[in-house]
Write a protein that binds this ligand. Sequence first.
Ligand SMILES: [Zn+2]
Length: 85
Amino acid sequence: MSAHDITCRELVEVITDFLEGALPVEQRDLVERHLAMCTWCATYLDQMRHTLRVTGQLREDDVPEPVLDALSHLFRTRHTHQGDA
Ligand SMILES: [Zn+2]
């Protein structure tokens, strides 16, 4: 633990930039270090990566229901998360 560690909330805020490769190297390094020790965020990253890939390639009416479920679950989780924090 150090002042340079980021929190789960900070990771969620930059995850899109991280996936797009838009993060500065310094921040990217912090995210990767956090992912190495946080199962929740590692799982979250997997879901985001999968969701972006799927929604980026398929038309809306081609998205299978399980993906839509996962998406709405993600949004619900994020709102709950913010409320708790
Ligand atoms: Zn985390």
